[in-house]
Design a protein around this ligand. Sequence first.
Ligand code: SF4
Length: 354
Amino acid sequence: MNNNPNFFSNKITHWFNANARNLPWRNTINPYRIWISEVILQQTRVAQGLDYYNRFIQRFPDVISLAEADENEVLKYWQGLGYYSRARNLHAAAQQIKTQHNGIFPTDYEQVLALRGVGEYTAAAICSFAYNLPYAVLDGNVYRVLSRVFGIETPINAPKAKKEFSDLAQMLLDTENPSEHNQAIMEFGALQCVPVSPNCSVCPFVEQCVAFSDGMVQKLPVKLKKNSVKERFFNYFFVQQGDYTYLKKREAKDIWKNLYEFPLIETTEKIDIGDLIGKDVFKTMFGDTKLQIDGQPFVVKHVLTHRVIHAAFYMVKTTENVDLTAHFLKIPTSDLHSYPVSRLIELFLEKYFS
Ligand code: SF4
């Protein structure tokens, strides 16, 4: 391995200048826009994130417009991206900037890090890209590149990994030009040193890369196995009462907090409509209401990172004199599209209305 720490930065920025994609958040040093792009891209591919970014920035062009928006509208603009706590945190942090920093995005790393939902990676990205401050970024791409080039076998999700990798990333950082260096290493991981089958023959590190010389490319980075995926069973009731239907806002500390959904009964296993109707929770929700339920639900299996949701959507008809507003929000069915909903509900609605 080359002992000159500059060899890494020189090579990677050289590669970046020849290969970088032209993305809108690369052409700005506006910290607000960089922040939005980083949060969108945390769990989202660039191709999908680009559309969301453009729409989000068009509607909320600055901190104040985001801070003053209604949370429902922010969630609506986020709909389909998943991990909705990101949108709620963006909204809360914009309000934090408005009240604590007079609406001006903080320029100090510690103050950026103190914003709601901003972790070390995002703070380093904002501070280096917007202000050229010397903080090395460490995300999944950077872990992969460093573990391969330097042959590091520490599992990247082991407790000690963060310090080991961030010390190395910081040591390699070109402190004269941290913005370009950080963008380069992330782009290199995204385009060249990709997770599966990177084309090492055209890589500028092919002569130094330990993973390549030791035949470890497919084995690095090492990752410890996570806990098994949890299964959940959601039984939804799409009530049709003339031109109206019913929704409820998810308010518990759980997935999809503050998004809307149809009346729901969650069960610990798959259950048929006869057993559902017999449950106390069903009686609490619907009382003695006369309902006409189609016993054949519309079934959707929705896979998230740590859970699989088995959803059954039951079509329910009821007469106009029935009032379910004690538990639910009554809305015109034609207004469904204006409520922020999970990707699962969106999938159902797409199928249903098509
Ligand atoms: S040689 Fe292959 S594994 Fe090593 S850094 Fe380049 S692309 Fe990644």
